[in-house]
Ligand binder design. Structure first.
Ligand SMILES: [Zn+2]
Length: 410
């Protein structure tokens, strides 16, 4: 197995989560009687370029199958984030009706709709047929395909489409061939065009032990240093970076053609590079004690669940998403004895079951009916928002629980 970026043979394990099924596969009732496929989940650090990456390459099209159930528009906070971004970009770069915005992994059109409201031509690219169909029905033109260099040339440039803005949120870390992907961005970008990508920041992942953000669909774990290196290898230069609170701490990078001198390089670029270096991210040692810290969290989960079980407490989870599945599977939680069910706001997930653990997914009304003593917030990054929304559990003395970065009950 070689590094996805620099092709060096990988030999340093960052963390080994042993194995689990694909995190986004929610099971239907009839699937509970069928065998489930588990894949190894071992993450390496490349000692040459320090790209942290999953070692096992599943065919992307078998993960993002047409049943993929994540619809971005079901998250109100994510919609607000998208609108704020679109307004900020239009204000800063002056995009207008003569501009072209291309979003990679455009999902159900949750973000492009806000550029469309400004009268700016938009185009989505997404391999998932059912979410893309929703986008198209909302009037967001969408090509159902995977993005890469070949796609950029044949489906965009050869069709006279070049972008003033290419953006992608939570896609850069999800592409198997990151070099080819960034090469495609370079090909499809106008001479003075702008590129932005958002992805979880590896520094946050390591410092806050966010191991549950690791899953098969997430191929790369990115520091600013390494992303800068990958983009430069394809002739793109960073000119700004912002730190965001989304997904437990993300980066939004701004890139342009290396030859484009029309944009000033923000001081944020050097500042973050320096901060990552000061944290030790350019040394292999930085990545070495992660496994041990992850194991400590596993023991804390076990202690909590065994204690509450012995006390006869009712425990449920909130949020049937990839994070929760990684946590539950790594901790070996199976069945409904320790966690009775998980609730989720999305009707696409209700009445299904979490992979491996087979914990059922209920609607939000089930909380008031069941009156749990503890609600484990699986997407811990949304703790404040969710605990505010479910504040009524305090009426019967219910408490909220998160395990990352450490056990927190309130
Ligand atoms: Zn490498």
């Amino acid at each position: 197995m070689k590094c996805r970026h620099c092709k060096t043979e990988l030999k340093h394990v960052f963390v080994d989560l042993i194995n689990c099924p694909p995190s986004n596969d929610m099971l239907k009732q009839e699937q509970l009687n069928e065998p489930e496929v588990f894949f190894p989940l071992k993450i390496f650090t490349c000692h040459n370029c320090l790209l942290v990456q999953v070692d096992e390459m599943r065919k992307a099209d078998s993960i993002f199958n047409s049943e993929y159930t994540y619809f971005s528009s079901f998250s109100t906070s994510w919609l607000a984030h998208a609108k704020k971004y679109a307004d900020m970009m239009v204000e800063r770069f002056g995009f207008n009706s003569a501009s072209q915005v291309v979003e990679i992994a455009s999902n159900d059109g949750y973000l492009l709709q806000y550029f469309k409201e400004h009268g700016i031509p938009v185009l989505g690219v997404d391999p998932t047929a059912n979410t893309a169909a929703v986008a198209i029905s909302k009037g967001i033109p969408t090509i159902i395909d995977f993005f890469g260099a070949d796609f950029a040339q044949k489906k965009l440039v050869n069709e006279n489409i070049k972008a003033d803005l290419i953006l992608g949120n939570n896609v850069l870390a999800h592409v198997p061939d990151i070099n080819d992907f960034v090469k495609g961005v370079k090909i499809a970008l106008k001479d003075t065009g702008v590129v932005t990508f958002e992805f979880p920041h590896l520094m946050r992942l390591v410092e806050e032990c966010q191991f549950d953000t690791i899953y098969h669909e997430h191929f790369s774990y990115l520091s600013f240093n390494v992303v800068k290196r990958i983009f430069e290898s394809q002739g793109l230069e960073m000119f700004d970076v912002q730190e965001l609170t989304t997904h437990g701490g993300s980066l939004r990078i701004f890139a342009k053609h290396l030859q484009d001198k029309s944009k000033e390089i923000s001081l944020n670029v050097a500042e973050l590079l320096q901060r990552e270096e000061a944290a030790g991210m350019k040394d292999l040692d930085y990545y070495n004690d992660f496994q041990q810290r992850v194991e400590e969290i596993k023991y804390a989960v076990w202690e909590f669940l065994i204690k509450t079980h012995k006390e006869g407490k009712k425990v449920i989870g909130y949020g049937a998403a990839a994070k929760g599945n990684t946590l539950l599977n790594y901790c070996g939680i199976r069945g409904t004895d320790l966690i009775q069910f998980v609730v989720d706001a999305s009707p696409h997930k209700q009445n299904r079951y979490l992979p491996a653990s087979h914990i059922p997914v209920h609607d939000l009304d089930s909380i008031a009916k069941h009156k749990p003593d503890y609600v484990i917030i699986l997407p811990w990054n949304l703790r404040n928002e969710i605990s505010e929304q479910l504040n009524y559990i305090k009426d019967w003395g219910g408490k909220f629980v998160t395990f990352i970065p450490k056990l927190n009950i309130s």
